[in-house]
Structure formats: C-alpha cells, structure tokens
Design a protein around this ligand. Structure first.
Ligand code: SF4
Length: 726
C-alpha cells in the first residue's frame, strides 16, 4: 500500500477507563496528530457521544454540512467499554453532521474496533478534511505507527463492497490472515450513492472462524466517511484482555459484572430469549400488538407474519451451538449469524455468503415493503451490509415510494416499473438500483424527506396541483422527522412512543426512548403525566449508555426480578445499580444514579443546542407525520374499525359520536393530533424548555454550557437574561 503519511507514537496506557488522548487526522492536509484531554473535558463530557458532541459543537458551525471539509467524523468508545467481565462493553459511537438530518447524528456499534482503538491508546478518533484520493488510515500498535495510505484496489466486485473490501484489506494488511487483534471500519459503494451509507465494524470471530460485522447504521455516517475519501480505518492492537481497562477497583468490576451476568442467565430464558433467538424474537410480539410495520406503517399485523417469526430463522439459518454476540463476555449474546446462505438475486446471485443478522429492524424494514419471506430478509440484510446501506432507511424510503405508487403520485412513467407491495423482485431491483446509483434508485437514495420533495415537485408539475398541497398530502405518510426515517415500530396506539420518536434529538430512532413496549404492551405508563416523565427520564439514561461505551440491551431487555418490587418497574432500577457500581469501580468515582442522569442531561442539552444551531431544535422539528399518530387513510381505519370505534367512545365519554364512519375517522385523526400537541406542552415543561422547545438560559448555565456560542444562539430564540440584552 502506497504510504502518504506516517507518524510514530507511543501508546498512552489506559488508566481507569481512559487514555485521555484523541487521535486527530486532517485528510485535506494529511496531518496526523494526537491531543491530550484535560480532566475537565473528561468530567463534563464522559466519552462516546459526549466527546463527539463537544468536538462538533466547538469545531463546526451552522454552515457545516455533511460534505463540508470541517465536518468531523468522530469514533469514540467510553470509559466502560473494553471489559469482558461486564456484559455489553464493546460499543463505540460514530458521530458527525448527518447527510439526512443536517444536524448531529450518532450511531452506536459493536465489534472489536472501539476496544482495540482504546487499547491502541485513544479514547477517540476525530477525522476532518477531505482527501482527493481514496485513502485508508492505519493505527498499528505493533509497529508503533499511524499511517495514511492510498486505498488499494482489488477489482470492482470487492471494491464496491463494504464487507468484501474491509475483509480483503485486513488480510492484505495482516499477512494474509485474520485474527482478533485486528479490526476495521469500512464503507461500500452504497455510501457513495446514497445519503444513508453505513459504517461497517469488522471483527474476527474465532468461533465462526470468519470476519463478522456490526453496523453503525443510522443517519449516513458511512456517507460522510466515504465523502471524506476515507475507505477504511484499520486498527491493530492486543485484544482487550480482562483488566486492560485498568480499573480503580478490580473486585468491584468483577462483582458488578457477575451480578449482571447472573440476572441475564436467570431471566432471559424466561423473558425474551434473546440469547437463543436474537432480536427477531420481537417480530411475533410486534405482530401480536399491531406494531409491526406493514406497507409503510399502514398496518401493524399480517397473517403471513408467522413465516418470519424467530423460530423460523432459528430452525432454518441460525447456528444452535454458537452463542454469538458482538463482543467478548456478553452472555446475552443477541447478535446472531448464519453461514452458507445462497443469494438468489442481484449481481452476486448464486454466491454462498455468511450473514450477520438479521436484527428485528431489518426484518421490519422488509415487512414494511409487504414482504414476509425469511430468505429475502437474509439476502436483503447481506446486500445492505455489503453495499454499506442502512437497512432501515433503505426499507422505509422504498416503502414510502411504494405507497406513492399505490396512491397515484407515481406511475410506471417515472419509475420504469411497477412498485408493488410484497413483490420481492421489485424490492430487490430498487435495492440494487439505489446502491449502485442507477435508474429510479437515484430518487430512493435521497431518503424519505428528499424523495418526498422530488415526488411533490414532479406530481405538481404533472397535474398542476399546487406544490404546497401535494407536499402536505405526502407528509401525512412520509415516515421521517428531522430528515431521518422512522425505525420499525408503529406508534399509532402508543402516545409515549410517538413522543419517543418526535422528541428524539437525532430523529425517530428508538435508541433514545424505546417506550412502546412499556406503554402499549405492558401498560406501565397509563397516565399522561407518566408518559411525559418517561420522555424526560429514559432519554437521559439512554444517553449515558452511549457516552460510556455500553450496550443497553442487558438493562432494558432483561428485567431484574426485583424490579417488580420498585415504584417504577419499567426503569429496571436494580439492574441500573450494577451499572453504577461498575462505573464507580472503573473510574474510581463515587456517583449515584442521579449523578449519572445529571451527567447525561448536560450531553442531552448540548445536543439540543447543536440542533437549534442547525435549524432542527424547535417544536416544529419535533412534529411527526399523521401516520405515526393514527389511521391516516380510511383503509387503515377500516382494518381495525371495531378497535377504533371503541377507542373513540372511550375518549368521547358521554359526548355524541358521529354516525358516519368517515366523520368518525376524521374525528379520531383530530383527537390524535390534539393529544400529541398536548404531549409536547407537557414534555417541554418537564424538560425545562419553553413551549417552542428551547431550553431556558438558566438551565444551560447550570450545566456549564453557556459559552459565547450558546448565548448568541439562545438570544436568537429570545432566550436571554435582561442584562444580556443591554
Ligand atoms: S446484548 Fe447483543 S448487541 Fe448488546 S453487546 Fe450483547 S451481543 Fe452485542
């Protein structure tokens, strides 16, 4: 590989979870440097998402877009990553300005990359600038050097793929072999051609004896990386051994980890069975409760759904003997894999591949297109990973376009073929066209927000109907907020999850507030007040997981037996105690759960400020499509007419209910919109915001975030102290 730049370095040891160093790479100038972090930086911003937020806040501006040279791509683990004695500790965060939302996005991802980067001496990697040619960054502890090299080429088929390219590159780098001490992140051709390119985290699985991958899927982080001309980052270091995090209290770490592992071993087999079945287990629950997205979230249930229940994947594809997982020491081990899947479609038809997945979200993205074929789900999963595409954004955008076709906004004239629900060949064709930047795929590649604008403009020109009218009609079923596509839960019957999506700072991704289960299935948030409180509390604790480098699933998907005896079982506080113990044992702190929530609130506020700076922070940006609130069209109402009529009677109490179904349907939509507006009022108040969703100045000041930039920004929204206006 042709070397462009080399620097030598001595890795900083890890002390109490931190190395206190960031690796900085400017691809425009090819400068490589390291910077030391002050104790204050660590105290205030924790790690992971917090580090990414602070770097983006300080070093970018409102004029920074995803493709600006000053946009920064940050990859950062946290102080609690890198510890096999505690379950779920392999996560790292990828944060940047998104091509979909035009504001901060981050995505958390497993694999070995985050822990290896930490072992290599860095709490974070921050990449800025744009390279004129495709390059690869190599961090090599064995050689004590960091290099930028020209990205090698291996022939079109390999070069186009995120998985194939990353694996071939790693073998080339590591003398033809793969092992646990090397890992990489890479992107594929889908990142060149769409706004929702992902970043694949590649790691060697010694049990499966092959390279596996996990994905930083949401918001186009791979698109940013690819635009910077960075094809891959390789890191070689000694794989994280027990104790490598150099914690303050070894025994405390062991105790906290053993306690959590015990709960997982005891409870998971009786609850979700994630260790056996992985997240596809959710398909059955979601279908049962009308939450599984079908035909662009029109329906939440389908008679064919049983064809893709977890037992089908388990019997047909998944290995029964290999508890997978995405990092060492996680006994929940939900990240599944399958071998020898023969592709039926696309440019690689006939090839046998290993698939990492499927996750529930990927299955949901396929049912969203009306398809219930487990083989196609495996194939869709593999191709999206190989091209480097977000399975969610791809599926939701395709589904939106299918509904545009169904409702006459698109025809064969524009698309070139019929976009039909449940048609595998059509979905497959659109997938490949999108990834390769061909045909109608060029429209699908834009994501729902921009595809909606294209369809509206086109339809308006064709029919003479005013653009504003058309975009309003499309907006009712275009499943995006802030520019990000919804993840795979139908929220029509869960007001809490509507808020969970609407208020999520990055856009409608459930990792900020996954409340649908506790609200709709367990009915643990029966009152308006409880929903509003949950919408403040859950995003804070979830933010913390993304800052420290931990997976949330062992907490949220495995409920501690003692949780039932607490005031709020949904918070699973007995398990959170283990997390706080683990934090204190690692870093030597003496924090309480409230301290943890306060630390998170600072990060949450900082993300809010970035959103305000980029025009995505006010009440208007929190609005969700009517499809997320209720039955937009009559066919949706009709499909559950008894349920909706009962719901209406409950709401109207002794008031008169209209006789004709059309009026009842219209009234339901009106009431749902009003409930969401009221929820906004309550949640903003609970969070300490104005009714325009802008934080109060005192609050920003209390969290020590009131720098010059924040003052100016808040003043633009009329938030200032009297003396500041003088
Ligand atoms: S619970 Fe699943 S996603 Fe989380 S760390 Fe374990 S294997 Fe990975």
């Amino acid at each position: 590989m042709k070397i462009i730049e080399t620097v030598t370095y001595t890795p900083q040891p890890i002390n109490r979870g931190y190395t206190d160093q960031i690796l900085r790479v400017d691809l425009t100038s090819t400068a490589i440097s390291t910077s030391n972090l002050s104790p204050d930086f660590k105290t205030k911003y924790t790690g992971g998402r917090g580090y990414a937020l602070k770097l983006i806040w300080d070093e970018t501006s409102e004029n920074t877009h995803y493709d600006s040279p000053d946009n920064i791509l940050v990859m950062a683990s946290g102080p609690l990553g890198n510890e096999p004695r505690f379950p779920g500790s392999g996560k790292f965060i990828v944060g940047t300005i998104s091509p979909l939302t035009d504001t901060f996005i981050d995505s958390n991802v497993g694999g070995h990359f985050g822990p290896l980067l930490k072992s290599a001496g860095f709490d974070a990697l921050a990449v800025s600038g744009i390279s004129q040619e495709d390059v690869v960054l190599i961090v090599d502890v064995d050689q004590g050097q960091i290099q930028i090299v020209e990205a090698p080429t291996f022939g079109d088929q390999i070069d186009n793929g995120a998985l194939s390219y990353g694996e071939t590159l790693l073998k080339r780098f590591n003398n033809g072999k793969l092992d646990e001490d090397v890992a990489a992140v890479s992107n594929g051709i889908g990142a060149s051609n769409t706004r929702y390119g992902i970043l694949n985290s590649l790691f060697y699985d010694s049990r499966r004896k092959r390279m596996r991958s996990k994905q930083a899927g949401r918001g186009g982080t791979g698109t940013v990386m690819r635009h910077k001309g960075l094809r891959a980052v390789i890191v070689r270091s000694g794989l994280h051994k027990v104790g490598r995090n150099n914690p303050a209290d070894e025994k405390g770490v062991k105790r906290a980890g053993s306690s959590l592992k015990k709960v997982i071993a005891q409870v998971d087999p009786k609850q979700f069975r994630l260790r056996s079945w992985g997240t596809p287990v959710l398909v059955e629950y979601m279908d049962k409760y009308h939450i599984l997205p079908v035909n662009n979230y029109q329906y939440g249930q389908h008679p064919d759904a049983k064809a893709i229940f977890a037992d089908v994947f388990f019997d047909r594809y998944l290995s029964k003997k290999l508890p997978d997982g995405c990092y060492k020491g996680c006994n929940l081990a939900c990240a599944k894999g399958a071998e020898n899947i023969t592709l039926r479609y696309g440019p690689r038809a006939g090839t046998k591949v290993g698939v990492d997945g499927p996750e529930y979200e990927t299955a949901g993205a396929v049912t969203c297109m009306g398809i219930f074929d487990p083989g196609f789900i495996m194939e869709y999963n593999w191709y999206c990973d190989e091209y480097g595409l977000d399975t969610i954004s791809m599926g939701v955008t395709a589904s939106f376009l299918m509904e545009c076709f169904q409702r006459g906004y698109l025809s064969k004239d524009e698309v070139g073929y019929e976009l039909s629900w449940g048609d595998i060949e059509c979905a497959d064709r659109l997938l490949h066209e999108t990834a390769l930047g061909e045909g109608f795929g060029k429209i699908c590649s834009r994501g729902v927000l921009r595809a909606k604008e294209w369809v509206a403009e086109h339809y308006s020109k064709k029919t003479g109907k005013p653009y504003t009218e058309v975009i309003g009609e499309l907006g009712k079923f275009a499943m995006e907020t802030k520019g990000l596509e919804f993840s795979m839960y139908i929220t029509k019957e869960s007001l809490a999850q509507q808020g969970g999506y609407g208020f999520a700072l990055k856009g409608p991704q459930h990792d900020e507030a996954w409340l649908i289960f506790i609200d709709q299935v367990y009915n643990e948030l029966p009152t308006f007040k409880m929903k509003a409180e949950a919408l403040k509390w859950f995003p804070l604790i979830r933010t913390w997981f993304n800052a420290v480098g931990l997976c949330k699933l062992p907490w949220i998907d495995v409920r501690h037996p003692e949780a039932a005896n607490t005031d709020n079982p949904a918070k699973n506080l007995p398990t959170l105690e283990y997390y706080v113990q683990y934090l204190n044992a690692t870093t030597g702190s003496n924090k309480t759960l409230q301290d943890v929530l306060d630390d998170s609130e600072r990060l949450h506020l900082l993300q809010k400020l970035i959103n305000l700076r980029h025009g995505k922070g006010t009440r208007e940006s929190d609005q969700i499509p009517l499809r997320a609130m209720g039955p937009v069209f009559f066919n949706e109402y009709e499909a559950r007419v008894d349920y909706y009529d009962r719901w209406l009677m409950d709401q109207m109490a002794d008031k008169t209910i209209p006789d004709d179904p059309e009026s009842r349907h219209a009234l339901i939509c009106k009431l749902r919109q009003e409930a969401y507006d009221k929820l906004c009022d309550e949640v903003y108040e609970a969070k300490g915001y104005t009714q325009n969703a802008v934080p109060l100045l005192e609050m920003v000041e209390n969290f020590d975030l009131l720098d010059q930039q924040a003052r100016r920004l808040l003043a633009m929204f009329g938030i200032q102290r009297r003396e500041l206006s003088n």
